[in-house]
Design a protein around this ligand. Structure first.
Ligand SMILES: Cc1ncc(COP(=O)(O)O)c(C=O)c1O
Length: 496
């Protein structure tokens, strides 16, 4: 078996030494010569052994980290990633957006009429889309604006829509005028253009871990150095955050304070305030991804970080995908004055502007109050599903499976006992016509974990009880037959 200590670098070769080292270690990991979670040699040791500068090792390790081959634990060292979970991720296609059920059927060799129960996707179902109402506002825009609806729109967004959003936000205690609001083509684009505007090669970015897959992919694509901050039931782990802030200077932290994806947990107001205090003290921005705060089901106040931000440190992103129609590609951001021009230019470079027709139609939709009606309908449908799944979970879920139920939202987060793999459970469920989202999808380093997420966005109310009963049966079977010795890492200790 080859080892890192046996690697030889060729100083006469034109290729940078750090790239040679990166490729050699990558090859050893891919060919299973190094076990997942093995600790790598320290920088100084390896530099001495190979007769190169420390910076060669640092650059090679950074490249490996960016491409997901290794992960760093502050205070403990650098470890080899479990890249086997990448295979599972390929199967899942894009679980957040839309499960491609046709190809899953092919994969499963199931009969077309056998329906998969989809607890994995967070995309709303098309039968909830308000097509007739949207047709009315679209036609009205076409009659009113004619060709103007199809000209280039200003990059920041259609002014009347920005004004209407500013008005709408006052109901959420968020003060933002039309000059701070930027219309974007979905929250995903918001994360991407913010990264374009703020991240340079190697910039440090903090995120909750586990977190939203699409954000991890963006930060990696910009070669950011991602540092994980654990999340607890009441929000981000402030002790860990303060500890890491002693030695690292992040450009920003990316968080979801309401119904965090995937855990469903929400921050307490005290934690929100403290996070803003830390952003001022250590001079970083907070990106608040508010993809779901509209779905508080128990009439609590809808607190957002932005509503508490008096210091202009919070970059607020609001998507309409989960509560409206994801294919519209419509969202907005509230941008601090200090980064206004960088963000505007990144948006312009990206797609010039979000569709003017859709912006104008959505403006009318808000102005006519149809939006409010739609939100009320969605809340009713989702509270019915929420109440049903809670009952079914309590009734059927095996006792060994742990969970903390959220106060609303779409996502429910579970833990198998230690030494069980959620990737394996995912495969077993898939063979039996149920999809779940395994925790590896949301881990920054795609490590296999004992966690999995269920979502109620893509299941009908009357499928839920049967689905959870069947899933519980599968889990009971799984717990008896699928124990593994090699799931040794117990990630996210304080989650439940
Ligand atoms: C937390 C979170 N943020 C952003 C997005 C992307 O949203 P959009 O469709 O607005 O691009 C998703 C989609 O799943 C999400 O879960």
């Amino acid at each position: 078996m080859e080892r890192i200590g046996d690697i030889k670098l060729d100083k006469s070769n034109n290729k940078y030494l750090y790239l040679q080292l990166f490729e050699e270690i990558k090859r050893l990991i891919e060919s299973n010569n190094i076990e997942p979670h093995t600790k790598l040699p320290t920088i100084r040791y390896l530099a001495n052994k190979l007769g190169v500068n420390n910076s060669t090792i640092v650059n090679a390790y950074n490249q490996l980290e960016t491409e997901g081959y290794i992960y760093k634990k502050i205070g403990s060292g650098t470890f080899v990633q479990d890249i086997r979970s990448k295979e599972v991720n390929k199967l899942i296609l894009d679980e957040e957006t839309s499960m491609n059920l046709d190809s899953l059927n092919l994969f499963l060799d199931m009969k077309k009429e056998e329906k998969i129960i989809n607890f994995a996707s967070t995309a709303p179902m098309p039968d909830l889309f308000p097509i007739d109402d949207f047709k009315i506002v679209l036609n009205e825009v076409l009659d009113r604006d004619k060709g103007r609806a199809f000209t280039y729109q200003e990059s920041q967004g259609y002014l009347d829509l920005r004004k209407a959003i500013s008005n709408y936000l006052s109901g959420f205690n968020i003060k933002a005028n039309e000059n701070n609001i930027h219309i974007i083509s979905g929250a995903q684009q918001g994360i991407d253009i913010l990264s374009k505007a703020l991240i340079e090669y190697g910039s440090v970015v903090f995120t909750e871990n586990p977190t939203y897959t699409g954000a991890i992919a963006v930060f990696k694509s910009r070669s950011a150095r991602i540092v994980e901050i654990p999340i607890n039931k009441d929000g981000i782990d402030l002790i860990d955050l303060e500890y890491k802030l002693r030695s690292l200077k992040p450009k920003f932290i990316y968080v979801m304070p309401n119904f965090q994806n995937p855990t469903g947990y929400s921050y307490t107001v005290a934690k929100m305030k403290k996070l803003i205090e830390l952003a001022v003290k250590h001079n970083f921005y907070i990106i608040e991804d508010d993809y779901l705060s509209d779905l508080h089901l128990f009439n609590q106040p809808k607190n957002t970080l932005k509503s508490l931000d008096t210091v202009d440190k919070v970059i607020y992103i609001k998507s309409f995908s989960k509560i409206f129609m994801p294919g519209l590609r419509l969202a907005f951001m509230i941008i601090p004055q200090t980064i206004y021009s960088e963000v505007l230019s990144a948006k312009h470079i990206s797609d010039i502007s979000t569709s003017g027709l859709i912006q104008r139609a959505f403006h009318l939709y808000l102005e006519k109050g149809i939006w409010q009606k739609h939100i009320e309908r969605m809340s009713t449908v989702y509270s019915e599903r929420y109440n049903t799944i809670i009952k079914s979970i309590k009734k059927y879920m095996p006792k060994q499976v742990k969970y903390t139920l959220p106060q609303g939202g779409l996502n429910f987060w579970f833990s198998l006992p230690s030494s069980y793999s959620a990737n394996e459970l995912y495969k077993l469920c898939l063979k039996n016509g149920i999809t779940i989202a395994p925790g590896s999808l949301f881990d920054i380093w795609q490590r296999d974990t004992k966690y999995f997420r269920l979502s109620i966005a893509s299941v009908h109310k009357d499928e839920i009880d049967f689905g959870i009963a069947k899933l519980s049966q599968i889990i009971n079977f799984f717990l008896k037959n699928y124990q593994k010795d090699n799931i040794t890492i117990d990630l996210y200790n304080n989650l439940f």
